[in-house]
Design a protein. Structure first.
Lengths: 544, 392
């Protein structure tokens, strides 16, 4: 094995902050090298130094690539050497075709500077084959799912004759199937001699695919470990990342469960534009005071659609079913009404739907509960600032001041701002959609602690998550959702990932109320919860 | 802990707005050197009178722009409201206040019409108001039968051309004007003092006492100097009072009211605002109704100043109002912008036009210069923002 890349004592300073200090990274030819670290540890900065986004001269230290010192002035320089970086936010143009995207900025022009599209499409098809995609290269990117788009980014990298491929959180937005496919592809590329650097928060993924892992914390290299070594456990990586022992990834909690706060009965939702398509099919569930209820489901099962349709009909049309809160039926026709009735929903996509990124922390916290600050329509700005400061202290939001712009905070801190916003509305039921997506391990623990504090205060929390360990670690009870139907209800203490997965993959076809073959064990629950009468059985712990 | 913020910190924090103030002061200084009459009492009065309607339009426009929309129809609405008022007052001999009320009524209807299409049908404001620009211009021609109507006569034309003076006697200067301005300055000082006390009660950073006094004194000096110039000319223009009331009311609405916050939230992130309980449609509807109201006020002021209603009145006013907002630091993508910024942006345009007119610069050159100022102002703003981001 030869070393393809060596970054020696890289130091990068921003005004007032030392983002990287004395970082070393060795990557060997043909390996898959993982980089782990909390958000804000400096992983992305390091990759930007490597790819020339921060040009030579703006940092200290040396980069040796292929045995020669290199000085990249821009991304173009690094790409010429075969270093390609694929960012977390994909850089594809939605309305251009697959082929146009693949060759964007890299078009080979023929006679008279014109592009030969037949040739380009042919080349694109060959690249698509290499990444295992059978798509027509003339299809617009927007028609493909995010998993396929990720593969097209890789095809684009291959078109640049990549030798060192850098992937920043490639599977963050992918479901399990697509993630698996992507990891397979990385193995194939490895077999073809392409070296990869992968930045990821998903430790099980790293354990599965990486040859070696470098851990970065607070802008410093902690260690590089060989993943084939039996001591290289996930716990060791976590320890390195957070600098302390996380004995338990989930904080301890003793449940003190009260009465039913919210019950949803026969909730049916149709697709907003395709009126005959049922997205949520007669879903029924209950949440009790002081209880954390989980909703598990694969992508496309309708988790977010369920939550948003409950939250003042923010999603879907043709909604039917009953919503009973504290024993009284309520009808929520707008988000404002939902908030008034003590229901809050923290979105899975905080940047697009959760935060005003150009506004400061203070006003993001106050926006949903502004009426409380403005009894007569005029906002008490001093009180607002006080409230924001209180939440900053209570939820440990790491920001210089509450007047800082939210867009500049790390993912974990942004999520805490979202939670602050909803806590300030003083909800009885808080629905959290993927509360820890894209957040590092330390911040995750803090979010779980906040959830525990909320239920300890007698509130009811619904956690929607695609990470099963998270649901098992935080919830009292878990409902499973498949193709818009609640297919089961499991007591978290007795549930296993395997059992949840079985329930989450119950097939839709077949008459309702009849469980599919092969999952006989779950049949009673699936049948029971599909029928409205099952609501009386909320305390019955099924599947035991 | 009560922190005392330093000068440097204050300057950095207010860089966005102060940058444009610096530019404004520089332009005023430049013209006062180039032309000795520029700062004369009569000319200062003229600047206020000539550009008041653009400033009034810019107040409404800034709210529309902050919400992420645009209104291209305000010039036509100025013409239409003036025309309706003229038909009633001049052709039908109604009293002046009937004309004023009718103009405001038409303005509100126009706003509700455009607000309906934007908020409840979901057509972008650009399209709705582009249609409105043609529509209301056409209606103006119909209302006026394609001819100008004039004159309005005394009470109506005093709205834009009248002065309050001599109420407390004249001694070669108008005491009333000075008293009004003195009351305003004291009011400003008191409210600044109370806001400072409030901030200290909540343990927030405030500027040090000498700096605070210095700031108040500087504002008082500039304002009283301006008052002295007015008092030495024709007294207090009625328009200035209208404008001052509008600026104060709308500054409060945008900065302190729940409605104002919702406008900023929508412009910053529409989806997030919606999911935070902001009634986006309602807010969008009302900002267009409000724009219609202010366009009507501008229409009244303009027709009063011209003492006539003309079919082509208000042509291109929308662009001046939009330019004022962008020069004043509003963001083209919404969510950013302030009333005071738009006012300074409008004043920059006003001072530029007036200064060049005094120097006898031709219309053609004026257009070129104004175009360049718009471009440079926004470029300066972007540069300033990058610098501020780097300092952070």
């Amino acid at each position: 094995m030869t070393t393809i890349l060596e970054m020696r004592s890289i130091t990068k300073e921003f005004p007032g902050v030392k983002a990287l200090s004395d970082v070393n990274l060795d990557v060997e030819q043909g390996e898959i090298h993982a980089i782990c670290g909390e958000n804000g540890a400096g992983k992305s900065t390091l990759m930007k130094v490597l790819s020339g986004v921060y040009p030579h001269g703006t940092y200290d230290g040396e980069i040796i690539y292929d045995g020669k010192p290199v000085q990249f002035g821009s991304i173009n320089d690094s790409e010429r050497e075969g270093i390609v970086i694929i960012h977390q936010e994909l850089a594809l143009v939605p309305y251009l075709s697959v082929a146009e995207n693949i060759f964007l900025g890299n078009e080979t022009s023929g006679f008279g500077g014109l592009i030969d599209w037949n040739k380009a499409n042919h080349e694109a098809a060959k690249l698509l084959e290499r990444v295992g995609l059978r798509e027509n290269p003339t299809v617009p990117i927007a028609q493909l799912g995010v998993g396929k788009q990720q593969l097209i980014e890789i095809a684009k990298a291959l078109s640049k004759e990549v030798r060192l491929l850098i992937l920043d959180e490639p599977t963050a937005a992918l479901n399990d199937n697509d993630s698996e496919h992507l990891l397979d592809l990385l193995r194939q590329l490895k077999a073809q001699g392409i070296t990869s650097i992968i930045i990821s928060h998903k430790l099980n993924e790293i354990a599965e695919i990486a040859d070696r892992t470098t851990i970065i914390r607070d802008g410093r290299t902690i260690e590089t470990i060989d993943m084939s070594d039996p001591t290289s456990t996930q716990d060791r990586i976590i320890r390195g990342m957070v600098g302390r022992d996380l004995e338990h990834r989930f904080p301890e909690r003793s449940s003190d469960i009260g009465d039913v706060v919210l019950s949803v009965e026969d909730w049916t939702v149709h697709h907003p534009t395709q009126a005959d398509r049922v997205v949520i099919d007669r879903a029924s569930f209950t949440v009790r005071a002081g209880e954390v209820v989980g909703i598990a489901g694969l992508m496309g099962a309708g988790r977010t659609e369920l939550a948003m349709s409950l939250f003042g009909r923010s999603y879907g049309r043709g909604i039917s079913g009953r919503l009973v809160k504290d024993g009284k039926e309520i009808r929520l026709n707008s988000v404002a009404e939902a908030i008034e009735h003590g229901i809050a929903y923290a979105t899975e996509d905080r940047k697009r739907y959760g935060l005003n990124l150009i506004e400061d922390v203070r006003r993001n916290i106050s926006i949903a509960g502004l009426r409380k600050l403005a009894p007569r329509g005029w906002v008490n700005a001093n009180e607002e600032l006080k409230v924001a400061d209180e939440y900053r202290a209570n939820l440990n939001i790491k920001t210089p001041t509450v007047l800082s712009v939210v867009g500049k905070l790390s993912g974990g801190n942004q999520q805490k701002v979202v939670l602050s916003k909803w806590l300030y509305t003083d909800p009885d039921v808080l629905i959290l959609d993927e509360p820890t997506r894209g957040i590092d391990v330390g911040a995750k623990f803090e979010i779980y602690t906040i959830i525990n504090r909320m239920v300890a205060a007698g509130k009811a929390v619904v956690v929607i998550s695609s990470e099963l360990p998270e649901l098992l670690g935080t919830c009292d009870r878990i409902y499973t959702l498949a193709s818009g139907r609640i297919t089961g209800q499991v007591d978290a203490a007795e549930a296993t990932q395997e059992r949840l997965m079985e329930l989450m993959t119950v097939e839709r076809d077949g008459p309702p109320g009849v469980g599919p073959t092969g999952v006989t064990e779950t049949e009673p629950t699936a049948a029971a919860t599909a029928a409205p009468a099952s609501l009386q059985n909320t305390t019955k712990e099924s599947l035991s | 802990m009560t922190a005392i913020a330093g000068v440097r910190d204050l300057v950095t924090r207010n860089l966005r707005s102060s940058g444009i103030v610096v530019a404004f002061v520089a332009i005023v200084a430049l013209f006062s050197v180039l032309n000795e009459n520029f700062l004369s009492p009569g000319n200062l009065t003229n600047i206020v009178l000539q550009y008041s309607y653009i400033l009034i339009l810019a107040i409404g426009m800034i709210m529309i722009i902050v919400a992420g929309q645009i209104d291209l129809s305000v010039g036509s609405v100025v013409a239409l409201t003036g025309a309706v008022s003229a038909v009633l007052v001049i052709r039908h001999d109604m009293p002046w206040w009937v004309g004023v009320l009718a103009a405001i009524g038409v303005g509100l209807l126009v706003g509700a019409w455009q607000g309906f299409w934007v908020a409840f049908v979901g057509i972008p404001g650009f399209i709705v108001t582009l249609a409105g620009m043609l529509l209301f211009r056409g209606l103006t021609y119909l209302v006026l039968d394609n001819v100008s109507l004039s004159p309005f006569g005394k009470p109506y034309s005093d709205i834009a051309n009248g002065f309050l003076n001599g109420l407390l006697g004249g001694y070669g200067f108008d005491v009333f004007t000075l008293v009004i301005f003195a009351i305003a300055v004291v009011g400003y000082a008191v409210s600044a003092w109370r806001s400072r006390r409030g901030r200290m009660d909540y343990q927030q950073a405030v500027e040090s006492m000498p700096l605070f006094v210095l700031k108040i004194a500087a504002v008082a000096a500039v304002v009283m100097w301006f008052a002295w110039q007015l008092a030495n000319s024709r007294g207090l223009p009625v328009v200035l009072i209208i404008l001052a009331v509008l600026i104060i009311v709308y500054t409060l609405v945008t900065q302190k009211s729940v409605f104002g916050r919702h406008v900023y939230a929508i412009g910053g992130n529409l989806h997030a605002a919606e999911l935070s309980g902001v009634k986006v449609r309602k807010v969008n509807f009302w900002i267009f109704v409000n724009m219609g109201f202010l366009a009507a006020i501008a229409g009244i002021v303009y027709s009063s100043r011209m003492n006539a209603a003309q079919p082509a009145a208000g042509n291109m006013f929308e662009l001046d109002a939009i330019a004022a907002c962008f020069i004043g630091g509003a963001s083209t993508t919404g969510g950013v912008g302030r009333v005071q910024g738009a006012m300074i942006g409008g004043l920059i345009m006003a001072v530029m036009s007036n200064g060049m007119q005094l120097m006898g610069v031709g219309q053609a050159t004026q257009q070129v210069v104004k175009g360049l100022v718009l471009l440079l102002a926004v470029a300066f703003d972007i540069w300033n923002k990058r610098r501020a981001a780097a300092l952070r």
